[in-house]
Design a protein around this ligand. Structure first.
Ligand code: PLP
Length: 469
């Protein structure tokens, strides 16, 4: 197949995730052929800086030969065996020791999955099974948040708060409810400080618990920092208050660490950065730096004991603890440890990114709420900074901006009208400068385009006014 053929052939047969496939087949796709470090390369030879680490996952960067090596070795030795029927294998035993060693104290048990969505679905079944095991089978309701993202399976999509996902196919499933997200910029009252807002937002959970009854609620689940919702970083008061509420009402607290886990926020886990202790946390993405699909659900000793008391948990995946994925994940974690990458994000590149990110974007009039933590960053495109006025038709402006970045060979993502970045954690200060130099150019281009668009709209609006008179 010639290079151009890939794009055309793709449109003929391949249904893409989260895409309008008819439009995509007409317009064509970009064909990625290789990757190295923080760059991916397309079939036209363009070098594209990957500011999203794939999908928030390629944390140690592309092209790490060590991972290829352990995968090859494991494939030759034991490419597959299951862990269902009184069997195990060295790769999964070793990974479990490594993960629980990295996890905060009190987390000594892990259940494996093949993805973030499977981790979330596992957790949803697990919290209900836990309560049934300890004699409270009526505790079934799981509380998530609007605009949260927890994957695309029926459970994960239900628990997530993406209305566009709920609108397709009768979601959410029963006994899954949502509270509002802790988005200070969009939801704070006039004069309310971030700290005050954080407490008020956390109290929405208590209101929901009182409405439903704590005796019916199994768990509250949230991403420490909302990723796909647009990198929403809650005020520091939010999570400790959430934890307090969960303890008071005897509800399990679950952190969805699929993005935040394994170093993204400058600590091993996002809940450490945000200052709370969950009972369970779900992971995937950064666990293997995306080199192979694998996820893991970690449970604290209390939950592990409860589950063990409940006899058989009728749940598992063919690929739970897949040997090749497990071997690769273990090597990935060792690289993060040996190269001190998490500390580097915490003490060097994270703070540097914060400073440079703010410097770069604060000069633009359509940008506000510039934020970052470790190497997860965002800002919001707004029509009028002084009045905190967002653009109408949420998402349209974000896509326009994203396309300018993509055309200039820098991958950032638009989540609604939030522009976000989550580059590989191995990114150096020099590479941060390089990324932001390109981003600055892109934003200039965006600003000019938006100036023209708004001027045109204003002119059209005036004409309409005249003809109305
Ligand atoms: C990506 C993501 C998921 C889903 O993971 P998949 O591997 O795509 O199934 C779940 N939760 C969060 C927080 C995520 O970012």
């Amino acid at each position: 197949m010639s290079k151009q053929d890939y794009s055309r052939q793709d449109g003929k047969h391949h249904l893409h995730p989260f895409s309008d496939n008819a439009a995509l087949a007409r317009e064509g796709v970009r064909v990625m052929v290789k990757a190295k470090g923080i760059y991916v390369y397309d079939d036209e030879g363009n070098e594209i800086l990957d500011g999203m680490a794939g999908l928030w996952c390629v944390n140690i960067g592309y092209g790490r030969k060590e991972l290829a090596k352990v995968a090859k070795k494991q494939m030759k030795e034991l490419p597959f065996y299951n862990t269902f029927f009184k069997t195990t294998h060295p790769a999964v035993v070793e990974l479990s020791a490594t993960i629980t060693d990295i996890a905060p104290s009190g987390f000594n048990h892990v259940f494996y999955t093949g993805s973030g969505s499977e981790s979330v679905d596992t957790m949803m079944r697990m919290v209900r099974h836990y309560w049934a095991s300890v004699g409270k089978p009526q505790k079934k309701v799981i509380i998530g948040r609007w605009n949260g993202y927890h994957g695309s399976t029926i459970g994960g999509a239900s628990l997530g708060g993406m209305k566009g996902m709920h609108s397709q196919g009768d979601l959410p499933i029963p006994n899954v409810v949502h509270i509002e997200q802790p988005w200070y910029y969009g939801l704070a009252k006039d004069g309310e400080s971030p700290e005050e807002f954080g407490l008020r937002a956390a109290n929405w959970l208590e209101e929901k618990i009182e409405e439903i009854g704590a005796d019916k609620i199994a768990a509250f689940v949230g991403e420490p920092i909302q990723g796909a919702g647009g990198v929403i970083i809650p005020p520091k008061t939010y999570w400790p208050r959430i934890e307090e509420i969960c303890r008071k009402h005897d509800i399990l607290l679950v952190a969805d660490e699929v993005i935040c886990g394994f170093g993204r926020t400058g600590n091993w886990f996002g809940h450490e950065t945000m200052g709370f202790k969950p009972d369970i946390f779900t992971t995937a993405k950064g666990l293997s730096s995306g080199y192979l699909p694998i996820g893991a659900v970690l449970v604290n000793d209390k939950v592990a004991e409860g589950l063990k008391a409940g006899g058989e948990f009728n749940h598992g995946f063919t690929y739970s603890g897949h040997p090749v994925a497990a071997a690769v994940a273990k090597k990935n974690l060792e690289i993060l440890q040996d190269e001190g990458i998490v500390d580097q994000v915490k003490n060097e590149t994270g703070p540097y990114m914060k400073k440079r990110w703010e410097e770069t974007f604060s000069q633009f009039k359509y940008v506000d709420d510039i934020r970052s933590e470790g190497l997860i960053c965002g800002f919001t495109l707004v029509k009028d900074k002084a009045r905190r006025e967002l653009f109408p038709n949420t998402g349209e402006t974000g896509l326009m901006c994203r396309d300018i970045f993509f055309k200039n060979n820098l991958i950032m993502r638009a989540c609604g009208d939030h522009m976000v970045a989550a580059p590989p954690l191995v990114m150096t200060k020099k590479e941060i400068d390089k990324m932001l130099a390109v981003a600055e150019q892109c934003m200039r281009e965006f600003e000019q385009m938006m100036d023209k668009k708004l001027a045109k709209e204003e002119k059209a609006g005036k004409k309409e006014e005249k003809s109305d008179q």
